[in-house]
Design a protein around this ligand. Structure first.
Ligand SMILES: Cc1ncc(COP(=O)(O)O)c(C=O)c1O
Length: 382
C-alpha cells in the first residue's frame, strides 16, 4: 500500500492517522485533474464544464453511498463533520421545546457533544451524557438506553472513540431510541477508515464521516435518512435548491474536494476495508502488547483487540504527554498529544489537564514504523 501514498516516505513513522491520514495517489490526482480540466464551474448550468461538475457531484454521491451502504440522494457534502453537525443540530432544534431531551455519551468527540449542547440550550432542552466504563473504555448500551425516554428527541453517539478506539454496540441504542420515537445521529468519523460500514444495517437516521480520515481531502459528509430529507428545514438561502440533498449544502461545494472524495471512496472499496482492517489489527496488536510491556506506561481503554479500532491512548510516568510527543517527533515518529477534542472522554479518565498520547495505525503503517515507535517510547521508560 505504501507506494500509493506519495506523502509517506521512510523518514517519518506516521501514527497521526486518527487526526487525518495522508492522501492516496488517485485522490490527489483526481483533485489536480479536476482543477486543470477547465471543468471548474458551478453545477446545474447549460455549458459543458458546468454539466461535468454536476455529473462529478452525482458520481461522488453514488461512490460514497456504495461505501456506506447508503443511497446517493441522502449524501450531503460539507466543509467538515463539525460544520455539518452545527448546521444539522440547528435545523432539528427548531422543533424542540422546553424539557425536550437529547442523549449523548462521554465517549464522543466534542463535535458530537457541543453542537447538541448549544442547540439544546437555545431551545430549553437538555443534553444528558451517558458515562462509559473508565477501566475498559467501553460503554454499556444500558448506560445510554436508560437515559432514553418519551422526551428524547435525538441520540447522538459515536461509532468509534477517536481517543480509545472503542466501538459501542449501536443496535440496542438505535432500537431503544426508535421505540421512543427518537432519532439517532451516529458519528462515524473514526470508524469509516477501519471497519466496513452499512448505515442501513446500523439503522441510524444520520451518519457523519470526514474523508480526510480515510485517505481523501479535508472535507466532511453526512448521510440523512429518507423521511427526514424533505421534512427538516435547514437554514438556507432562498435561491438554493429546496430538494435534498442540495438543500443541506449551504453555498458552493468544493468540487475539487468532491473529486478527491470520489477517488478516496473508490480506493477503499477496491482495496476492501476488511483486508485493511486485518493488516492494521496485526500491527496494532504489536503496539498494544509492546506498550503494555513497558514499565511506567499506562494504556487507557481496552487492553484487548475486541470491538475496537487500531487506536490507543497512553501516558508515560514522569513525562507530560506533550514531552512524549516531542521526544517521539525527535525520533521522527508523528503522534498527537492532548485531548484530541475528546473532552468528555479525557475528563472521565482524569486526564482533563494533561491529556494523553495517541497512536493510530493506518493502512500504510509498516512493521518498521512500529519498531521505531516502541523503541522511542522505550527510551523514556526505566
Ligand atoms: C470521532 C471524531 N468525530 C468528529 C471529528 C470532527 O471532524 P471534523 O474535523 O471533520 O470536523 C473528529 C476529528 O478528529 C473525530 O475524530
Amino acid at each position: 500500500m505504501r507506494e500509493r501514498f506519495p506523502g509517506i516516505g521512510d523518514d517519518w513513522a506516521r501514527f497521526d492517522g486518527p487526526a487525518g491520514t495522508q492522501m492516496v495517489d488517485t485522490a490527489i490526482d483526481a483533485m489536480a485533474d479536476f482543477l486543470r480540466s477547465g471543468d471548474n464551474a458551478n453545477g446545474h448550468g447549460f455549458f459543458a464544464a458546468s454539466t461535468a461538475s454536476t455529473e462529478l457531484v452525482g458520481d461522488a454521491r453514488s461512490a460514497v453511498a456504495r461505501l456506506l451502504g447508503a443511497d446517493a440522494d441522502g449524501i450531503v457534502f460539507g466543509a467538515n463533520m463539525t460544520t455539518l453537525t452545527f448546521a444539522f443540530t440547528r435545523a432539528v432544534a427548531r422543533a424542540w421545546t422546553d424539557g425536550d431531551e437529547i442523549v449523548g455519551t462521554r465517549l464522543d468527540h466534542d463535535a458530537n457533544v457541543t453542537p447538541w449542547q448549544l442547540a439544546a440550550a437555545d431551545r430549553g432542552a437538555v443534553l444528558r451524557l451517558a458515562p462509559f466504563d473508565v477501566a475498559t473504555g467501553r460503554i454499556d448500551p444500558d448506560a445510554v438506553t436508560s437515559l432514553i425516554g418519551p422526551r428524547t428527541k435525538w441520540v447522538a453517539i459515536t461509532a468509534a472513540s477517536n481517543a480509545l478506539g472503542t466501538m459501542p454496540d449501536l443496535a440496542p441504542v438505535v432500537a431503544a431510541a426508535h421505540a421512543q420515537g427518537a432519532r439517532v445521529f451516529v458519528d462515524g468519523v473514526h470508524l469509516v477508515p477501519h471497519q466496513p460500514v452499512d448505515v442501513r444495517a446500523i439503522g441510524c437516521d444520520v451518519f457523519v464521516t470526514s474523508p480526510y480520515k480515510w485517505y481523501g481531502p479535508h472535507s466532511g459528509l453526512l448521510w440523512i435518512t429518507e423521511d427526514l430529507r424533505d421534512s427538516l428545514m435547514p437554514y438556507k438561502v432562498r435561491p438554493s435548491p429546496n430538494s435534498a440533498p442540495e438543500r443541506f449544502e449551504t453555498g458552493t461545494v468544493s468540487f475539487e474536494a468532491i473529486a478527491g472524495i470520489r477517488a478516496a471512496a473508490a480506493f477503499l472499496m477496491e482495496s476492501g476495508v476488511d483486508p485493511i482492517a486485518a493488516h492494521e489489527r496485526d500491527l496494532f496488536a504489536l503496539i498494544l502488547r509492546g506498550l503494555q510491556a513497558l514499565d511506567g506506561v499506562t494504556v487507557y481503554g481496552p487492553g484487548d483487540l475486541a470491538a475496537r479500532t487500531p487506536t490507543v491512548s497512553f501516558t508515560v510516568a514522569g513525562c507530560h504527554p506533550d514531552e512524549v510527543a516531542a521526544h517521539l517527533a525527535s525520533r521522527q515518529v508523528a503522534v498527537w498529544s492532548g485531548s484530541y477534542y475528546a473532552v468528555e472522554t479525557m475528563d472521565a479518565l482524569g486526564l482533563a489537564t494533561t491529556g494523553a498520547v495517541r497512536v493510530g495505525v493506518s493502512c500504510y503503517t509498516s512493521p518498521a514504523d512500529v519498531d521505531r515507535l516502541l523503541a522511542a517510547v522505550g527510551e523514556l521508560t526505566p
